[in-house]
Write a protein that binds this ligand. Structure first.
Ligand SMILES: [Zn+2]
Length: 701
């Protein structure tokens, strides 16, 4: 049966009229923090501290919530936060307040539509159920959820007296297009895509929804996120605000300080017994003092730290008599921005932070999530590798290209496809990201025609494999080929090999190392021509920016002074690696450019960078293989497998002298090298052999 269109229209009109009436009605003088204290009940499902909301537990959230109250003139509030900081609860309180006291058209936007719906089910629905003035079963203002659309709430729309809350995703332009919106929460900005379905930046799209209410000065937006990289997403926006930091009070002299993690002393091993000394009176504070140090009655408060017109910023420690001057100082910026760090958060313990820091160790790929989620700080990726000369000086005399020394246990090969040839690089990996540059090269020839030109040469490189220190000849575990250029030819080549992946690099600081495999194949004919084949060849997306940052840290690492071993990510180079290889490896650096939303940090190149691209893809392949989740036992098993392979292998096709006779600096072009007879291409095997042992064995049968 067709829905009664007239009824539907009347219902819609009624909602619009009610919303308009609500917008004109004078807003209550109540503040969001007062509302929370009076009405909000934190359900057990979502918090370690359930029960009626108490502002005393997290006094740092009070000012943030109150800037979202109707009587505060600000239109935007930015919150950059650690993950266990209570920042999300502030957003829930604001939405509860809107529903109950200041109804209007409201939108919650997550990184994806699914993330927004998950938030509703996991956070909002339990909050509504636990809070009487919201709960429809207890006479609250929210409409009960109904299976059929109409006046009731649905999975993507919560209705309440005088307004509604729409759930939208930054990945869906359609959900960002609907309705004129007065109140908006933009959550988890670090996870937002740069583009919503080809329709542009989702933040700009969502801004369009606010236009009407903004023109009357009635709109309010709460941007909230854990930061990712310095200069991107929420950090970029925070930098443009008045940059508030929560100063905590000394229990001795009453001075307030901008406490950061580095100020906290700790033991090198657990228990860490974290402690902080007031820089003025030297009184020592421990974890259990934290709630008292954060009390507003002691002077603790948010201090705007943005420089004023003369470049003046507040000191790190402020004497009691100076607090008011700094707190209410006019820095010339009127968008409030809050940086809620892990070290001052009510729901994070110093002891846990110390533990997380110890676990991250010296690996930049682990330090980054620690800095982002535990401390709540943006990560400043290393923007520059060491000079190429220092890498070249680290070449190791006792092995050459084409050999993998003892220690290397897993092997990857990555190729960067250009119009007139293919650059390739083969790396060996050991525990803690220790890396050996086994070989690299350039294969000239056209790359546009599948399996012609340079492609048979790549087959030869792969089929020839390389030698272990023991003399056994082995093949790569995992191969990746960049499909950003001549993609169809890349797919053709990759499809024939069970351990090869098509890769595609993506710009941007928030991208994971390897992610979002999507189908590259499109049906060519028939009823569904033009549609993506669901089970076609997958293309793996590579977050190259973050990987480059980590790589520059690894490359700069030198052996430990006491010769006790190598730091995480240490790189070994063969005796005959050439200047051009080293130059390309460090050919990129981070440059600050002016972008739409302010200065942006981007990778720029100072020369050819093909082997750097190969290297980044190789690093991504190790993430795909899950190497860095291997425990010691798994590595030992692998080492035993490699050792067994060496013992049972047939005599090497090269004799030992052949390698020694190779020129010290062979020409870069593989063409001039004599290619040994290539074994037949192995038959297509199941892709399940992720660790490549089958192919290792095959070459040695
Ligand atoms: Zn003191």
């Amino acid at each position: 049966m067709l829905p009664d269109v007239a009824t539907q229209l009347r219902a819609n009109a009624a909602v619009v009229t009610r919303a308009a009436a609500a917008a004109l009605r004078p807003d209550p003088r109540m503040r969001v923090s007062e509302w929370a204290a009076q009405y909000r009940v934190v359900p057990e499902e979502i918090s370690a501290l359930p029960g009626p909301w108490r502002n005393e537990v997290a006094p740092e959230l009070v000012e943030i919530m109150d800037r979202l109250s109707p009587d505060d003139p600000c239109e935007e509030v930015k919150l950059m936060k650690a993950s266990q900081s209570g920042g999300s609860a502030a957003a829930e309180n604001w939405i509860g307040f809107i529903m109950h006291k200041a109804p209007g058209p409201t939108m919650y936007i997550g990184p994806t539509v699914k993330a927004a719906k998950d938030w509703k089910v996991e956070k909002l629905d339990p909050t509504i159920a636990a809070t009487d003035v919201l709960n429809p079963l207890k006479g609250g203002v929210v409409s009960p959820q109904k299976s059929r659309s109409g006046d009731g709430s649905t999975a993507d729309r919560v209705r309440f007296k005088g307004g509604f809350l729409l759930l939208a995703g930054a990945n869906s332009a359609a959900t960002l297009r609907q309705h004129s919106i007065r109140y908006m929460v933009r959550d988890d900005r670090g996870g937002w895509p740069a583009d919503a379905e080809g329709e542009g930046d989702p933040k700009s799209l969502s801004d369009q929804r606010l236009k009407t209410y903004r023109s009357f000065g009635l709109s309010k937006v709460f941007d909230i996120s854990t930061p990712v990289d310095k200069g991107s997403d929420i950090d970029r926006e925070y930098e443009a605000t008045d940059k508030r930091r929560y100063y905590v009070a000394c229990l001795g002299c009453g001075a307030i300080s901008d406490l950061v993690w580095e100020d906290i002393a700790k033991n090198p091993d657990p228990p860490y017994r974290c402690r902080w000394r007031c820089p003025l009176c030297r009184r020592e504070h421990v974890e259990t003092d934290k709630p008292e140090m954060k009390r507003p009655e002691r002077g603790a408060c948010w201090i705007p730290t943005a420089p004023d017109a003369n470049g003046v910023v507040p000191p790190k420690t402020i004497r009691p008599e100076e607090i008011a001057r700094w707190r209410y100082r006019d820095c010339g910026r009127y968008t409030p921005g809050y940086h809620l760090t892990g070290e001052i958060a009510a729901f994070e313990r110093w002891e846990n932070i110390a533990k997380a820091e110890a676990e991250a160790g010296d690996d930049p790929e682990r330090i980054k999530p620690f800095v982002n989620t535990v401390l709540g700080r943006p990560y400043e990726a290393k923007g520059e590798g060491p000079p190429w000369e220092s890498l070249s000086a680290r070449r190791e005399a006792d092995w050459r290209r084409g050999e993998a020394p003892a220690g290397a246990l897993y092997f990857t090969l990555a190729a960067d496809v250009q119009g007139d040839g293919i650059y390739w690089e083969r790396l060996g990996w050991g525990p803690r990201k220790e890396c050996w540059v086994v070989d690299y090269g350039y294969l000239s020839g056209a790359t546009d025609a599948p399996l012609e030109g340079a492609w048979p040469k790549l087959d030869a490189v792969v089929d020839r494999g390389f030698r272990l220190a023991s003399g056994a000849r082995v093949a790569d575990d995992l191969i990746g080929v960049d499909s950003g250029y001549n993609a169809e030819a890349v797919y053709e080549w990759v499809r024939r090999r069970h351990n090869a992946l098509a890769l595609k690099g993506e710009d941007g600081w928030s991208k994971p190392a390897i992610f979002g495999a999507r189908s590259a194949e499109v049906r060519k004919s028939g009823f569904s021509a033009g549609k993506v084949r669901r089970f076609g060849l997958k293309v793996w997306l590579i977050g190259t920016w973050g990987l480059k940052g980590a790589l520059m840290v690894y490359l700069a690492r030198t052996p430990r002074e006491d010769k006790s071993g190598f730091p995480t990510g240490y790189h070994h180079f063969p005796a005959d690696a050439e200047e051009e290889y080293f130059r390309q490896l460090v050919a990129e650096y981070v440059r600050v450019e002016s972008g739409k939303g302010g200065p942006e940090r981007v990778w720029a190149r100072r020369g050819p960078n093909h082997w750097l691209d190969c290297h980044v893809y190789n690093l991504a392949l190790t993430h795909h293989a899950g190497l860095w989740a291997w425990d010691e036992a798994r590595w030992e098993t692998r080492a035993a497998e490699i050792a067994a392979l060496a013992q049972t292998s047939a005599p090497d096709l090269f004799d030992g002298d052949a390698a020694a006779m190779r020129p010290a600096l062979p020409p870069v072009d593989e063409e001039s090298e004599e290619a040994p007879p290539a074994p037949p291409v192995p038959p297509l095997a199941a892709r399940a052999d992720r660790f490549g042992l089958a192919s290792l064995k095959r070459l040695n049968q």
